[in-house]
Design a protein around this ligand. Structure first.
Ligand code: BG6
Length: 474
C-alpha cells in the first residue's frame, strides 16, 4: 500500500533533450531512485527530443548507470514511459506536445503538475520557453498562488546557462515573460552535493568557525575541481566552452559564494541567494592562467587549432570588509594528476613563541569528493620533545559516520523541484554576476599553456600570484 502522506505531489516529468547524456547518466537514474524511495508515487515520464527512438530504449540505456536495479521499481518506471519526437524550433510541434501531455495526465489520472527539465544546449532555452508559454503548456503562477486548479508548472534549466552575459540575459528575459521566478530552477548540481550543502550550515552553526571567518584570521582560500579524466567524447560542446565556462562560471563560483557569503538574514532560499549574489557582485579576478592538455587537439569534434582551455586557475579578490586582502585561488581542469573537489581554508600563522619556527598554518579542508568530509590540520607537540610541534589531522569522514548511501546530487535536486524548494538553485542575478566575472576574464585571456596529461597542470600556474607563493593543496 502506498503511504500517501509521504508521497511527493503527483506530476509528469517532461525531459526535453531526453536522448542526451545527462538524461541517461543522471536524470533517469535519479527518477529511478525517487521511485525506489517510495516518495514518487504517481508520475509519468515523457521524453522529448528530435531523435527517432522510444523512451523504453532510452531508459534501457540508462539502466547501466543505476547501481542495483530492483525488478518491481524497474517495472513501475517502465509502466509510465512516453516519448514525443519534435524539433524544438518547430512552433507547430508544440501543439502535439500539449496534446501528448494532456493524454498522459488523463490516462494516469494525474493532476496537471508539470515539471519540465531542459536538458538541452542553452541555445534552445529561450525558444523552448517562449513556445511553452505561447501554446499554454505552462501557466505563470507564484509559489503560494498556483493555477486555478491548484496545480503547478515548474521548469529546470540545466547548466551552462548561456555562454556569456548577453546570452544569459536573453534567456532570463524569455523566462521572465513566461514564468514567475518561483517556478524557475536553474540547476547547478554541485549545490546538491552533500558537502557543498554543508558549507553554510557548518560555518553558521559552529562558533569555532564563524568568528574566525574573515581577513583577520584567514590567509587565503583554495577551491579546486581537479579531474583525472578528459572530455569524455563531448568535444563539440567542450570546445565551445572550455573549463572556464563549463565548471568555473557555475560550480566553482557557487562554492566560492557559499564560502565567502555574509551570514544571511534568515536561513531561507531568498536570503541565502541574496548573500551569495552579494559576494559575486564584489568579486574581481586579479590574475588568470589557462592550460590545454597535450592531445586535446586530436580529440573528436575539437577544432585543429583550438585555444580552448582545459585548465583554468584564477586569483579572485572579494572587495568587502570581511575579505579585503584575502586571495581566493580557484583551479579546475581535465586530465590532471588528481580527481578531487575540495575547499582549503588556510588560517594565518599564530605568533611564534617557540625556538622552532615557523610552524605550519592551520588548514580546514572541506572535501566535496571523494572521501567527503571536514579535515582540520592542527599543530601538536612532537612526542618526547618539549619545544617542537608537528602538524596532525582531525578528520570527520562523512561516510564513516552517516554511511555511504547519501543520495546523488540530481536525486536531491529533483526532489527539491517537486517540493518547490529553491535553496540549492541559482537565481537570475547570481547568473548575471557570474557571467560578468567570466566575460571579463575571457576578454583578457592570454596564452593557453600546454600541460602533460596526468600532471598538475601547466607549470605557469605557479605564477598565478605575483605577490606570494601558492602551495596548492590539491
Ligand atoms: C559538469 C561538467 O557540469 O560537471 C563536466 O560539464 C564535469 O565537465 C562535471 O566533469 C563534474 O561533475 P561531478 O559531479 O562528476 O564532479
Amino acid at each position: 500500500m502506498e503511504q500517501k502522506q509521504h508521497c511527493f505531489d503527483e506530476c509528469v516529468f517532461i525531459i526535453l533533450g531526453a536522448t542526451g547524456d545527462l538524461a541517461r547518466r543522471k536524470l533517469i537514474p535519479a527518477i529511478y531512485k525517487l521511485i525506489a524511495s517510495g516518495k514518487l508515487c504517481r508520475f509519468a515520464l515523457l521524453g522529448v527530443s528530435i531523435d527517432k527512438t522510444s523512451m523504453q530504449e532510452v531508459v534501457q540505456q540508462a539502466r547501466q548507470h543505476i547501481k542495483s536495479v530492483d525488478a518491481c521499481v524497474w517495472e513501475r518506471l517502465q509502466e509510465n514511459l512516453y516519448y514525443y519526437q519534435m524539433d524544438f524550433h518547430d512552433a507547430a510541434a508544440y501543439q502535439g506536445l500539449q496534446r501528448t501531455i494532456e493524454t498522459i495526465e488523463q490516462t494516469h489520472r494525474i493532476a496537471s503538475n508539470r515539471l519540465f527539465y531542459l536538458a538541452t544546449m542553452p541555445q534552445h532555452f529561450a525558444v523552448i520557453t517562449q513556445n511553452l508559454g505561447r501554446h499554454d503548456i505552462v501557466h505563470k503562477h507564484t509559489a503560494s498562488k498556483k493555477t486555478v486548479a491548484g496545480t503547478w508548472s515548474r521548469v529546470v534549466y540545466e547548466k551552462p546557462f548561456g555562454n556569456s552575459l548577453k546570452s544569459a540575459r536573453q534567456i532570463n528575459k524569455a523566462i521572465a515573460r513566461v514564468f514567475d521566478e518561483d517556478q524557475v530552477f536553474r540547476i547547478d548540481h554541485y549545490l546538491g552535493k552533500e558537502l557543498v550543502a554543508n558549507i553554510a550550515l557548518a560555518r553558521f552553526t559552529n562558533r569555532v568557525f564563524e568568528p574566525l571567518w574573515n581577513n583577520k584570521h584567514i590567509d587565503s582560500v583554495q577551491i579546486v575541481l581537479s579531474e583525472d579524466f578528459g572530455i569524455e567524447g563531448r568535444g563539440g560542446f567542450y570546445d565551445a566552452y572550455g573549463t572556464l565556462k563549463d565548471v568555473v562560471q557555475n560550480h566553482v563560483l557557487q562554492i566560492m559564494a557559499l564560502v565567502a557569503m555574509e551570514v544571511p538574514e534568515k536561513f531561507t532560499a531568498h536570503h541565502l541567494r541574496d548573500a551569495k549574489a552579494q559576494v559575486l557582485a564584489k568579486a574581481k579576478v586579479g590574475a588568470a592562467i589557462f592550460g590545454q592538455y597535450d592531445g586535446y587537439l586530436q580529440e573528436k569534434d575539437v577544432k585543429p587549432d583550438s585555444t580552448t582551455d582545459t585548465f583554468t586557475a584564477l586569483k579572485v579578490l572579494i572587495n568587502n570588509r570581511r575579505w579585503r586582502g584575502v586571495p581566493f585561488y580557484l583551479k579546475a581542469g581535465k586530465y590532471l594528476n588528481k580527481n578531487e573537489a575540495s575547499v582549503h581554508i588556510k588560517f594565518k600563522m599564530v605568533k611564534c613563541l617557540l625556538d622552532f619556527c615557523p610552524m605550519d598554518s592551520n588548514y580546514l579542508t572541506i572535501k566535496i569528493q571523494p572521501n567527503e568530509g571536514f579535515y582540520l590540520e592542527l599543530n601538536v607537540k612532537a612526542p618526547g620533545v618539549f619545544d617542537q610541534v608537528v602538524p596532525v589531522n582531525m578528520n570527520f569522514a562523512h561516510s564513516t559516520l552517516f554511511g555511504p548511501n547519501t543520495p546523488e546530487a540530481y536525486e536531491v535536486l529533483l526532489a527539491d523541484v517537486i517540493k518547490g524548494d529553491h535553496f540549492a538553485f541559482v537565481r537570475a542575478d547570481e547568473i548575471d554576476y557570474s557571467w560578468k566575472i567570466i566575460d571579463r576574464v575571457e576578454k583578457s585571456k592570454g596564452t593557453v599553456y600546454p600541460y602533460a596529461k596526468g600532471s598538475a597542470g601547466p607549470k605557469e600556474v605557479s605564477q598565478l600570484d605575483k605577490d606570494r607563493e601558492i602551495r596548492w593543496r590539491a
